[in-house]
Design a protein around this ligand. Structure first.
Ligand code: ADP
Ligand code: MG
Length: 348
């Protein structure tokens, strides 16, 4: 199954309120042709509202959505030609797999022989070749989600919109499907928006991640930039594990160590896993923190260390497996020294 050339989409300053509540506040996103952007945010941040506005199921009060040279914001959903996949599969349980996938083609008046061939090709794309005559009820969750995906791509949509499509699946299957969706996207290169509240899923699947909070997009960047260079404390805390300490508080013991860090921000972010129990090479390349070890928790691939800074503020550090000897030498209630490479520090 191939795909016609992808097109960019420009979402400009759209706002949507439910009564007095602003679910979307001036949201803008430029999606490049063939790009997959994931919309990541906590529950209630406005992700589904944004996706529904792009799909045409809800109408924003203001703003525009430019696609293929037109503002489509007033177009009904069925005039947009966008494929949609939801968390609940919304398949027809009484029809077999092939009929479910043929449905969008039938609606578009495509001849049966042609639509059958295209549906079979779509099933092959989602690795369900030969499943056409199965009943939906006889499929596993992962297979049903693939049928939903086949149905969304069978009419060669201009844009693919997915809202938490994997959240009903168990962890192992979800992780497998993330890789499959990524591969499928590479193959078809359809301009895609993918909603999820799972940061790892967002980073795994997407070219760029749009982080949402309270109806705003707070950062739109590559997964690596979102993780390494978050723009706000919210992004730093929502993605990964972060130690965030104030730079204007001498009593936490950071400021005396830090020297000149550069940057104009007032907070320092350290990824928990970047804290080490020993430094190597040039000591000047490392920042060291002293604290009191309050607790050690074994978590399989690493240990979580609860450390109280001189001002009593508690931070969480993660000691990786290779520090096993150093971890065993620690004792709760004693002082501990943590080290982090200066080039991994990020000022917010
Ligand atoms: P998300 O998908 O990020 O969880 P939603 O876009 O579904 O968030 O919802 C954003 C906010 O808008 C939430 O606070 C939600 O309660 C509210 N909301 C969503 N749909 C409606 C609706 N139809 N009527 C009133 N409030 C709504
Ligand atoms: Mg939602």
């Amino acid at each position: 199954m191939t795909h016609r050339s992808a097109k960019p989409m420009e979402i400009n300053s759209i706002s949507k309120s439910y009564g007095n509540f602003r679910a979307l506040d001036n949201v803008s996103v430029s999606v490049k042709a063939g790009e997959l952007i994931s919309i990541l945010g906590p529950s209630g941040s406005g992700k589904s509202t944004l996706l529904m506005a792009v799909a045409g199921f809800i109408r924003p009060e203001k703003g525009s959505i430019h696609f293929a040279g037109e503002d489509i914001v007033r177009f009904p959903a069925n005039k947009r030609g966008f494929g949609v996949v939801f968390q609940s599969y919304a398949l027809f349980p009484h029809l077999d797999v092939l009929s479910n996938v043929m449905f969008p083609l039938n609606v578009r008046g495509i001849a049966v022989a042609d639509s059958r061939a295209r549906a079979e090709a779509a099933l092959e794309t989602v690795k369900l070749a030969g499943f056409g005559d199965r009943k939906i009820s006889a499929l596993s969750g992962g297979q049903r989600q693939r049928v939903a995906l086949a149905r969304a791509i069978v009419f060669e949509p201009n844009v693919l919109l997915m809202d938490e499509p994997l959240s009903a699946l168990d962890k192992t299957l979800r992780e497998e499907m993330q890789i499959e969706i990524r591969e499928l996207h590479t193959k078809l290169s359809i301009t895609t928006l993918y909603v999820t509240h799972d940061q790892r899923e967002a980073m795994t699947i997407a070219d760029r991640v749009a982080v949402m909070d309270k109806g705003h997009i707070v950062q739109l960047d590559t997964p690596e930039m979102i993780y390494r260079r978050p723009k706000t404390e919210f992004v730093a805390r929502f993605i990964g594990e972060a130690v965030i300490v104030r730079l204007d508080e001498p009593s936490n013991g950071i400021i005396s160590e830090i020297g000149s860090l550069g940057g104009s921000g007032s907070m320092l972010m350290i990824r928990s896993e970047d804290l080490c129990l020993a430094s190597t090479g040039d000591p000047a390349a490392w920042l060291s923190l002293s604290g009191l070890l309050r607790g050690i928790v074994f978590q399989g691939d690493s240990w979580l260390l609860q450390v109280a800074l001189p001002n009593g503020e508690q931070i969480l550090a993660r000691a990786q497996k290779h520090f096993i000897d150093a971890v065993h030498a620690l004792s709760v209630g004693s002082d501990v020294k943590l080290h982090v490479r200066r080039d991994l520090l990020h000022v917010l």
